[in-house]
Design a protein around this ligand. Sequence first.
Ligand code: M6R
Length: 370
Amino acid sequence: QKGNYDHYMQKEIHEQPESLTTTMRGRLIHGGSKVKGVLLGGLKDHLRTIRRSRRILFIGCGTSYHAGLATRALVEELSGVPVTMELASDLLDRRGPVYREDTAIFVSQSGETADTLEALEYAKSCGALCVGVTNTVGSAIARGTHCGVHINAGCEIGVASTKAYTSQIAAMTMMALALGEDTLSSCSRREAIIDDLINLPDKVREVLKLDNDMKELAKELMEEQSLLVFGRGYNYATALEGALKVKEVALMHSEGILAGEMKHGPLALVDENLPIIVVATRDATCIKQQSVIQQLQARKGRLIVMCTKGDANLMCPNGSYRFIEVPQLQDCLQPIINIVPFQLLAYHLTVLRGFNVDQPRNLAKSVTIS
Ligand code: M6R
């Protein structure tokens, strides 16, 4: 089943061009020579209700929560509805207010995660419209929600979620496009995103070519105690998810940090030894990330900069860094590209450190007890 690969995680990372293609298959509507929109069969009868919601809540755990975070800004931009992020366990701990006028979107690869499932029962009891985004047809969350989207990423066996994460983002991007389709003013933005969705599998193929570079980086970092990852905007999710990958499989402490919070504490950790990856690919926040890089450099930070291909000199004119250069897509799709080098890095670190890649210590693929 692993084919030519040594581990399921490795196979699933490299399968992403195909899993993303499957996620989009049959869902992009052609009009003349161009793709004009998206069709999500499980949602089409509920789009009007969602657009009229007072608020959208994204609810999930771990990687699935991060996928929601990666698409939050686009859903807000295209639907005009505010989006609140909820970790399922925290929503339950607080019994946070959920209203009949809310749409609650439950994101779960397995569709069986206990906290997410309990949060679904809670939101239903509050009268909210409940939408499922799952990878498992017939799962408890798929069955228990009013409507939803299957991400169709194919079976994911490695405990560390990789291809499900990128397919979740692709599926929720399509959901955002469907929510925005009645708005004329966002037409060209939506068309540009659709064009890049079509390009996505090839761009992922391109970024997978960084495999050897990530192996070399893993050799450099394998003895480290800790790794920080700074991101912002669409790539705050990349920072959290990249750090989670390294932590859960390579058993190395790693922390994803919102770069805007750097001066409010994390800056104190910076010295010439602690490795820091800064995600600074081209988007509206990139100038701010440039300034973060300069400030880290002034503290002699040991920087690894992820930037758009060809931007290395621009981002760091002094040039004394290690770079991870990735292809560019529309800002909202960039997290799909940017997470791939982190997945590869986490994989190689784990192999080099001699840990179990597919079944990390103490973890289960599906957390069915809260
Ligand atoms: O099946 P789910 O997506 O609901 O699982 C939620 C988390 O347990 C899961 O995403 C976890 O964080 C990942 N396995 C980490 O890679």
